[in-house]
Structure formats: C-alpha cells, structure tokens
Design a protein. Structure first.
Length: 267
C-alpha cells in the first residue's frame, strides 16, 4: 500500500471572481504531521473545507487512500476515517463532555432501530464498547475531571480539548486540526503540542493542521506547506520553509517594507 494517505493535485476553487485556491498540489504521508501555514486569507481553511466536502473544487482533484473524494458525499467523509476540528469551536454546549464524545461515536453504530428499541444483547455490548473507546480518549487528554460537566460552563481552553476529543472518538485515520492553538495561552499551547505528538505516536493518527503559531508548528510538524493568496509558496521542513525568502516576504513584506516599518517604530 502506498504511504500517501491524502493527495491533492492542481486543486483550485473560485468564488465568483475570487480565486481562493489556485492549482495547489501536495501529498500527506501516512503517519506524519503536515501543516499548512500562511497569512490570513491565504486559502488554508478553504483547503480544509474542500477535504471535508463542504466545498467542491472548481478544478483539480483530492484523493484519500486512493479514493476520489469527489465521489463521497459530505456526510460520508467521517466514515472514510477523516475527522476535523474547527477554528470556531463547534460543540453541543448544553450537553456534557461525555455526551459530546459519545455523539462522535455515531458513525460506528452497527445496530438496527428495532434492536435499539428492544435493547438487545448486541446493543448492550455495542454500548459498552462505545463507552470504553470514549473513556480511552478522556484518559488520553486528561479530561476525567470534566467528564460530567456541561460544555457551556467550561473554560475556552478546555473546550478546545473537548472538540479534539470528540474528533478522536470517531477513530480517525486522518485528523484535520484547524488552528488548534487559537485562543490558547502559552501553557495550553504547550499541552496541545504534547497531545498532537501523543495522537500521532500512540494512536497512529495522521495529522493535517492549519496553524499560525510557528512555535507549535516547529515543534510538532514533519513538513510544512506555506501558502499565500491561494497559491503554494514553499514546501519542506519547518526550518526550510521559515527561511524561504518568499515566505518571509509574505509574512513581513519586502526588505524595504521591513526597513520602513522599523523606522516608523523608532520614530
């Protein structure tokens, strides 16, 4: 079997007169942490939305484990083994942490409506297995203290971890993390880095991440793809990409721009 889990080829999407993604190509290898970086509006989250089938590409193709994603309806993406977190947390706020994670297990339901109504032996066994899997995720992410707490009453940083836990409860092969450190403090970002490494190492999950925090990117990423205005700027290790002149210019402007900014700050 090929080591390529996700493949994008000449991926493009247009919204009216705006070309949000323009001929973007990359491969995500099985077992790696692959990160998309770039300024706001670079097209990173749009790529995520294409993978999630929220958007359909105008041109180009996406394949997951050799299967064209264009053939998969949006509601079938999770069943393939692709899970996602969002830049803006999407949880059921008036349900407990445990209930949110149990909802994440729905794709593994293998019992019929009638067996559920009769609460058969198979249903009971399925529920025990579901609870066991969810408790493993709770233990992995140190959420024991919050198991029975309503999401609405939790601090923002804990909610981010709960959303990560719900995604993991689906038992994904590929985990899409959309700005996992957004809104987190330094300590919480450090914990997030630790958990991303554990998810890859202990669960064998491949991670595709969009992130602005370059400290987190450098710590956990095997490879980085830099984008700007919908196009690829550079691809390589975190150090190689951060040192690329085109990437530096996209973030900071030209040498003259940086010099002008420094003069203004000094003045």
């Amino acid at each position: 079997m090929s080591d390529v889990m996700l493949s994008a080829r000449d991926l493009s999407v247009r919204f009216g007169g705006v070309l949000a993604v323009n001929q973007v190509s990359f491969d995500v290898q099985r077992g790696e942490v692959f990160t998309l970086i770039g300024p706001n509006g670079a097209g990173k989250t749009t790529v995520f939305n294409l993978i999630s089938r929220i958007y359909a590409p105008t041109a180009g193709s996406l394949a997951f484990e050799g299967r064209a994603l264009a053939e998969v309806p949006p509601h079938g993406v999770a069943a393939l083994g692709i899970a996602r977190t969002f830049q803006n947390i999407e949880l059921f706020e008036h349900a407990t942490v445990l209930q949110n994670l149990l909802i994440g297990r729905h794709i593994h339901r293998a019992t019929s409506v009638w067996s559920e109504l009769l609460f058969t032996r198979r249903v009971r066994a399925s529920e025990r297995e579901t609870r066991r899997k969810v408790e493993e995720v709770i233990d992995l992410l140190d959420l024991q203290h919050y198991r029975d707490a309503l999401v609405a009453g939790l601090p923002y940083g804990v909610r981010k971890v709960v959303e990560l836990a719900r995604a993991l409860s689906t038992e994904p092969k590929l985990l899409l993390l959309d700005e996992p450190s957004s809104g987190l403090n330094v300590e919480e970002t450090g914990d997030m880095a630790f958990w991303i490494q554990d998810i890859r190492r202990e669960l064998g999950v491949t991670v595709l991440m969009v992130e602005h925090d370059m400290g987190l990117v450098s710590k956990v990423s095997d490879r980085v793809l830099a984008m700007n205005q919908g196009e690829v700027l550079a691809l390589g290790s975190p150090a190689e990409v951060q040192a690329d002149p085109a990437v530096v210019e996209a973030y900071l402007g030209t040498v003259d721009d940086v010099a002008s900014l420094r003069r203004e700050v000094v003045a």
